[in-house]
Design a protein around this ligand. Structure first.
Ligand SMILES: [Zn+2]
Length: 241
């Protein structure tokens, strides 16, 4: 079992690493309908060979219903591990701050939504445990993370002092730019661990089939907090954030 490679990005005195806990993580079920055409009787995981019912749209045998990879974010401050705030805690802190500053967060979240949803393959695909025919070469997770950092730097530039204002979260105070970096790292992990939008868009060519789990839930929480017309969100989704 080869884990996906760890990578680290540094912002001021903070280090953010994305690590793969492989099979000892809190492995999520693979939501992708790899046998959506209902034409295959063999588990789609490379090298497996177990037979499945042809109508089983997951295309996965009972041994492979869960991903064998689980990404998580590790945060260090001056070299010491520190608990990272959750999606919800970061959004709560950003929204509270934005109201006092009259800073409009909607463009940031729209950009993140555009750049995250459908662009991040699931962990099993990234680990090349399944083959998808006719898709362009995959970007490394590391490159995807750098693209997202570029997005947030348009809103919180490194050379601007305002990006380093401390915001209060239940996990302690963090500069706003650090919170934004942690947030995109969490989105990346969430989308890759739980999401199926990339598969629906790139392989199935029908994005409307997505279960909308993954990073979409987190961006949905921002929408729920921000828009007066309300966005329905189940409690089971909120507690994960
Ligand atoms: Zn299998």
């Amino acid at each position: 079992m080869t884990a996906l490679s760890t990578f680290t990005r540094i912002i001021a005195d903070w280090e953010i690493s994305i690590k793969d806990n492989s099979v000892v993580g809190r492995n999520k079920s693979n939501p992708n309908k790899l046998n959506y055409l209902k034409d295959d009787r063999t588990c789609k995981i490379i090298g497996c060979g177990n037979q499945i019912n042809v109508r089983r749209t997951s295309g996965l045998c009972n041994n492979h219903l869960n991903h064998e990879h689980d990404l998580l974010l590790e945060l260090k401050y001056n070299g010491v591990i520190k608990g990272a705030p959750t999606h919800k805690e970061i959004i709560d802190a950003l929204v509270k701050w934005s109201i006092t500053r009259n800073y409009n967060l909607i463009p940031l979240f729209s950009s993140l939504s555009f750049n995250v949803l459908g662009n991040i393959p699931d962990v099993t695909t990234l680990a090349e445990k399944v083959i998808h025919l006719g898709i362009p070469a995959l970007l490394d997770l590391e490159d995807i993370f750098d693209n997202l950092i570029e997005v947030i730097e348009n809103f919180f530039p490194k050379e601007n002092n305002s990006s380093f204002q401390p915001l209060i979260t239940p996990k302690g105070d963090f500069p706003v730019i650090v919170l934004a970096h942690i947030y995109v790292g969490l989105l990346l992990c969430e989308e890759s661990n739980r999401g199926d939008r990339w598969f629906c868009r790139m392989v199935r060519k029908d994005e409307s089939r997505t279960t909308q789990s993954g990073a979409g839930m987190s961006i949905g929480y921002f929408a729920k907090k921000t828009f007066p017309w309300g966005v329905e969100m189940k409690d089971e989704v909120l507690y994960r954030l």
